[in-house]
Design a protein around this ligand. Structure first.
Ligand SMILES: CC(C)(COP(=O)(O)OP(=O)(O)OC[C@H]1O[C@@H](n2cnc3c(N)ncnc32)[C@H](O)[C@@H]1OP(=O)(O)O)[C@@H](O)C(=O)NCCC(=O)NCCS
Length: 232
């Protein structure tokens, strides 16, 4: 995984992001007990109350409360007053467009990316057995290439390709409406990739967390990323 800072929530004090720098925050769903559900909008609280299983409740609370905390810190605003609108494919956006963000959740993890440098997308996938059974015809481009660390096994190649392509599709906003088998991946420096589809290029990064969870984020321009793992 790329260099990252591990911080307890109370020590996370994000400030304005300079241009060319984006912030990726990863948190376990066990953080839910430290987060205040009252900062959620009425609609978010109603959605939260509809979850029957504790793990779904905690995942949603962690994702949406932490997103408000992060945006509140970066934008210098009250977390509760942040408002969202739906963009293309129902991609959530800030109503005033003051910065770009995206979130993803899977199993025990939530991941959030924030940038001032254009749209971003993120995908986290806990590598549970069975998930990798999707046919390569659906997600693999014949000319996909990988860094050696990701290319070892079919499962590793699946999660690497899937998270990178889903992050690209979420950056775009069309999500699974983009045919992943037409997105071509090419390794770039370090843990980064370039993705090509529809005469466009995306710049993406891929990590594997210590428990084997895969995570990728993508943007339209290359950015350096501050990686933060919030301690649960
Ligand atoms: C976006 C999408 C790829 C998410 O897939 P997923 O693996 O289930 O979910 P993830 O955990 O990675 O991401 C979910 C989050 O992405 C965000 N999101 C939703 N739609 C999005 C979109 N079109 N683009 C980017 N991000 C999106 C939301 O914040 C969502 O969080 P929430 O469900 O807690 O509100 C999938 O829902 C999709 O393809 N949507 C396509 C758009 C669509 O069908 N629109 C219908 C009307 S055109």
């Amino acid at each position: 995984m790329s260099p990252s800072i591990v911080l307890p929530l109370e020590e996370m004090h994000l400030k304005n992001l300079p241009p060319g720098r984006q912030c990726c925050i990863v948190a376990p769903c066990s953080l839910a007990k430290q987060l205040d559900r009252q900062i959620l909008s009425r609609g978010e609280q109603e959605r939260l109350c509809r979850f029957r299983r504790k793990e779904d409740f905690d995942r949603y609370l962690t994702a949406h409360s932490l997103l408000r905390v992060i945006l509140g810190q970066i934008l210098g605003r009250c977390a509760r007053d942040i408002t969202f609108v739906d963009g293309e494919g129902n991609k959530p956006l800030l109503s005033d467009g003051s910065c770009h963000f995206n979130l993803s959740h899977s199993g025990d993890w939530v991941a959030i990316i924030v940038s001032l440098d254009g749209p971003v997308g993120i995908d986290v996938e806990q590598a549970l057995p069975g998930k990798a059974q999707i046919s390569p015809d659906l997600y693999a481009h014949p000319n996909d290439r990988f860094h050696p660390a990701a290319a070892g096994t079919d499962i590793s190649r699946f999660f690497t390709a899937w998270t990178l392509k889903e992050a690209i599709s979420k950056c775009d906003g069309r999500g699974l409406g983009i045919p992943f088998n037409e997105v071509r991946l090419e390794p770039d420096k370090g843990n980064t990739y370039r993705g090509f589809y529809d005469c466009r290029t995306w710049h993406a990064s891929h990590w594997i967390l210590d428990d084997g969870t895969h995570l990728a984020h993508a943007g339209e321009v290359p950015c350096s990323t501050l990686n933060i793992i919030v301690a649960g």
